[in-house]
Design a protein. Structure first.
Length: 97
């Protein structure tokens, strides 16, 4: 039976008004160990523009310099069901997105 690959955390840092926002987090396998080589995808829910990265050997991933907007995160790995997380918002720290 295939297990779901879980997203441990996602943190949003607001570093500029339109560009420069960063999403970071880490991926863990079903056994709780860091998962290397998972495909992590951030998709802007309005524009549908998608950015992909791979998790590192410690399971960490990083999306840098993202445009303002709401993002859906998805995790995919061979042999595992995908996992998604909605509601990551990056943008202007003053709230004027």
């Amino acid at each position: 039976m295939r297990r779901i690959l879980g997203l441990l955390s996602a943190v949003v840092f607001f570093t500029s008004f339109a560009y420069g926002a960063t999403i970071t987090g880490s991926v863990k396998g079903p056994d709780g160990a860091p998962f290397k080589g998972a495909f992590v995808q951030a998709q802007n829910t309005k524009t549908r523009i998608t950015v992909n990265v791979l998790s590192q050997k410690d399971g960490k991933y990083r999306f840098a310099d993202l445009p303002s907007g709401d993002y859906e995160l998805r995790i995919r790995a061979i042999g595992y069901n995908g996992s998604s997380h909605r509601g990551e918002t990056v943008g202007d720290p003053s709230g004027l997105v």
